[in-house]
Design a protein around this ligand. Structure first.
Ligand SMILES: [Mg+2]
Length: 87
């Protein structure tokens, strides 16, 4: 894959998502099915809603990053399973 240049804000957010993604593997290394992961994603989305309601901008950012990282984790799993199916 080639190198993609993002604007600095996109780059900063993606770095935070990447760090959160690495943290997930450290603190939750468990292997779950996509169906088991889905409620985790939904829970994180719910936490975004709570952060919006409480107008907590710092928490809102963290929760959005957690949603993105969980979505990345699931996308990785789909890609991996697709790769296995293509073998
Ligand atoms: Mg959260």
């Amino acid at each position: 894959m080639g190198v993609i240049k993002f604007n600095h804000l996109t780059n900063d957010v993606l770095v935070d998502v990447g760090m959160e993604r690495a943290r997930q593997d450290r603190i939750h290394p468990d292997t779950l099915s996509l169906l088991e992961r889905f409620p985790v994603l939904v829970e994180e989305v719910g936490e975004v809603g709570t952060a919006l309601q409480t107008k907590n901008k710092a928490n809102l950012y963290e929760e959005l990053v957690q949603v993105a990282a969980e979505a990345v984790r699931m996308a990785e799993q789909v890609a991996e399973e697709r790769g296995v199916m293509n073998d």
